[in-house]
Write a protein that binds this ligand. Structure first.
Ligand SMILES: [Zn+2]
Length: 304
């Protein structure tokens, strides 16, 4: 692996090993800007990788460039494992979304989130070719997720919205499937020339990939609805005579729905798929299309 790697004018990538979700093994950091540089993703917690990363960052400084801050796309451990260390070593502040600040407290200890970035604001980086980065708040994978768009060049730093390698997990404990899909739509409409994910290679003309992700999730949602329908068909005549209301009883647990809705998915991925399944069901529940009672799920009467 060649690192650092020049991606475009004023954009360099540095992939460092992190404790991330297999098959991904590394998290990309990006240096954005000319004379003033914003570093995105202080990812690696590993000593050897931190040394290499720090040498890269110091190399930028030795070219007469000035690191203005380290920005975090979101608080996940494979993105912020070096945040406190790099901020201290380089003497630069950490920038993140407001939602990241409480989530990073344990990671950063006494280091504060110095600037809370919000949707729509522009980070200006000075230099011979000044760079203006539009901040996009894109929750769904994580509540604090940010993307950075160089509008002039069409370069989108997209964090964990999509991946060049591996999949994006929507964990129902903090993720939101409906939000995620809405933000993917938004990213698709940007018309970016290249997307730079946290994991994997740069993605040229990324609209197609954003649309594939959306289509894939919609396909899965359909499978989940079909699994609910199948469960209702099989379990309708249980004869237990529960009289909990006018609605039909029964339904299915996550464990019962999983092998049906994810029949095409390798067994090894089922623990991840189970989380995705729950995120889909919660979306359907909020839309009035599925109902949960005592850990059992069924299709809402009259729901799509
Ligand atoms: Zn993440």
């Amino acid at each position: 692996m060649i690192r650092p790697r020049a991606i475009a004018a004023g954009v360099e990538a540095f992939a460092a090993r992190t404790p991330t979700l297999p098959p991904a093994t590394h998290t990309n950091s990006y240096a954005l800007g000319g004379r003033e540089v914003l570093l995105v993703e202080p990812a690696t917690p590993y000593e050897d990788e931190r040394r290499a990363w720090l040498a890269w960052a110091r190399g930028l400084a030795s070219q007469g460039r000035s690191i203005v801050a380290i920005a975090v796309t979101h608080h996940h451990a494979d993105h912020v494992g070096g945040a406190r260390f790099f901020a201290a070593e380089l003497g630069v502040p950490i920038w993140a979304h407001a939602e990241a600040a409480p989530r990073l407290r344990g990671v950063l200890h006494e280091v504060p989130v110095a600037r809370r970035l919000s949707d729509g604001e522009v980070v200006r980086l000075d230099g011979p070719a000044p760079m203006a980065l539009r901040v996009l708040h894109t929750p769904g994978h994580a509540p604090d997720h940010l993307c950075f768009l160089d509008e002039a060049e069409g370069v989108l730093v997209c964090g964990d919205m999509v991946a060049g390698v591996g999949t994006i997990l929507i964990d129902p404990r903090e993720g939101d499937m409906a939000e995620y899909l809405a933000q993917l739509e938004r990213l698709a409409a940007l018309g970016a020339r290249v997307a730079l994910p946290a994991h994997g290679e740069p993605i040229d003309a990324p609209e197609a990939l954003f649309r594939r992700y959306i289509a894939h999730r919609r396909m899965r949602e359909q499978r989940v609805l079909e699994a609910l329908a199948a469960a209702a068909g099989e379990g309708g005549g249980g004869g237990e005579g529960r009289s909990g209301g006018a609605a039909s009883q029964g339904g299915a647990t996550l464990e019962e729905l999983l092998p049906v809705a994810y029949a095409d998915t390798a067994l090894a991925l089922w623990p991840i798929a189970r989380l995705s399944l729950e995120a889909h069901l919660i979306k359907l529940e909020r839309e009035g299309r599925a109902v949960r009672r005592e850990g059992r799920w069924r299709r809402a009467a009259g729901g799509g």
